[in-house]
Write a new protein. Structure first.
Length: 466
């Protein structure tokens, strides 16, 4: 029987974000963010027309939820602060009710022995900030820095792990290329500017953190998705390298190494898409890199050389350089349409060790979304999500192997504790260890995977047939 025991003090827990769980989007002084606004104007873009006000009601139920987290083996939990709840207009007045709310959550977590990991930005631009251009506008970069400093001042004593942003490439892709987030722009050059300003904003926040003498560590959470080329053919390999530049190294290199890959700069120059920069930016980005890296991993990216020339009038996209490749025989999560490739998590970790100075890191999201999970309920109404347990085990084995090979990986947090609102998909795909019944006032029920996770945390590992 194989046993996988993790180093003492390994972080076990889960991650979530404000917009996806809090609900209460229009009360107690919260300002609107882009999700409230988009939903109000185009509810039809959201699965079953469920919007950010109707998410899991963590705002109301956080006490019980935190108790349950403790019961289910958590020693750490990542949440995000909602910028528009704390500072309704994005800049200026602080909402005292939000200060109370986040203080209560932090106190509760600490009281039960769960370490809070706090993220400052998870796709939720305050509407007032978006109205002046969002990340395209440097004033928003300044406002973000002020908001971050406000958080450090208000909550710093309770937190020793801060994160500037979660998956900052997603608002670039989804909001400025692929029409999945507000402001639904399709424009490569603007997307590059948004990405650049996000990176600058992260570095500036790190600078403020260091110069302010706050204690603890500060990092970033990135969705690192390894690119696997179809074959060893040079054209396929080149496709893989470019996909990797756009989707991984674009944020990984500046965040960890303080510089952008030269090859990427050259591509942007050739496309006449270099962003607007200012004189001191380079120094700030190079000096203020992260202390710790959170890695979100769900699926690999398989690519091949392009089959056809892109249409000359179509908007320019990163896919100009590669096609997606459906590898025959790949293992699929049929309920979500994503490939499951457990070894990908190991490949990422080895890459971090070999090419990114073996920086302290942890798995900050990993999980499996499944539609219509009620069909897996047993007589007691408990969802028998063995597929999710297998998913976690399969990935954890590779994390364990990476540790054996000297990777500085300190923890594993799943996505997510309880079913939550996944942006345009709303409650379509469920990821939780705990189910949320929207019909019954968001009633929580632990799934089989939740009980498995409890044992995982308590035993600091698992054995093959548990
Ligand atoms: C991640 C994101 C989360 C969550 C998850 C599952 O990319 O950080 O907010 O939505 O995907 O869909």
């Amino acid at each position: 029987m194989s046993e996988y025991i993790f180093p003492k003090g390994f972080w076990w827990g889960s991650a979530t974000s404000a917009t996806q769980t809090e609900g209460a989007a229009d009360i107690d002084g919260k300002g609107e963010n882009i999700w409230d606004h988009w939903y109000r104007n185009e509810p039809n873009r959201f699965f079953n027309q469920i919007g950010p006000n109707d998410t899991s009601q963590f705002y109301k139920g956080y006490k019980d939820d935190i108790c349950l987290m403790k019961k289910l083996g958590h020693n750490s939990f990542r949440l995000s602060i909602s910028w528009s709840r704390l500072i309704p207009a994005g800049t200026g007045r602080v909402n005292e009710k939000a200060v109370d709310f986040y203080n209560h959550i932090l106190d509760e977590l600490i009281a039960v022995g769960i370490e809070p990991f706090v993220n400052l930005y998870h796709f939720d631009m305050p509407l007032a900030m978006q109205n002046i251009g969002g990340w395209e506008n440097r004033e928003v970069v300044e406002a973000f820095e002020k908001y971050a400093t406000t958080c450090f001042d208000l909550f710093g004593e309770k937190i020793s792990k801060w994160f500037t942003q979660n998956e900052p490439i997603v608002p670039v892709e989804a909001g400025y290329l692929y029409d999945m987030h507000y402001p639904n722009v399709v424009d490569f050059k603007r997307a590059i500017q948004v990405g650049y300003h996000s990176i600058l904003a992260s570095a500036k926040v790190i600078k403020a953190f260091k110069e302010g003498g706050y204690t603890g560590k500060i990092g970033i959470i990135l969705n690192v998705t390894p690119s696997y080329p179809r074959s060893e053919h040079p054209a396929d390999k080149q496709a893989g390298r470019i996909a990797d530049l756009f989707f991984n190294r674009s944020f990984l290199d500046p965040s960890v190494k303080g510089s952008f890959p030269q090859e990427m700069i050259q591509i942007l120059r050739d496309m006449d898409s270099l962003p607007y920069t200012e004189r001191l930016d380079k120094e700030i980005i190079s000096k203020y890199t992260v202390d710790i890296l959170g890695i979100n991993y769900y699926q690999p990216r398989r690519v091949k050389a392009k089959e056809y020339m892109p249409h000359p009038d179509a908007p320019f996209m990163p896919e100009h350089f590669f096609d997606y490749y459906d590898m025959p025989g790949r293992k699929m999560n049929p309920y979500r349409g994503w490939e499951i490739y457990e070894k990908g998590i190991y490949d990422i970790l080895i890459n971090i060790k070999s090419n990114y100075g073996n920086i302290e890191c942890f798995i900050s999201e990993n999980g499996m979304g499944v539609e219509n999970e009620e069909r897996f309920k047993n007589e007691e109404g408990i969802i028998q999500d063995d597929y999710r347990i297998d998913f976690f085990k399969g990935h954890l084995k590779w994390v364990h192997e990476a540790i054996n090979e000297g990777v500085n990986v300190k923890g594993y947090q799943v996505w997510t504790f309880m079913d939550n609102w996944s942006w345009m998909n709303a409650y379509k795909n469920r990821y939780g260890l705990v189910s949320v019944d929207l019909e019954k006032d968001a009633e929580r029920k632990v799934k089989k995977s939740g009980w498995w996770f409890k044992a995982l945390g308590e035993n600091n590992g698992f054995s093959e047939n548990e």
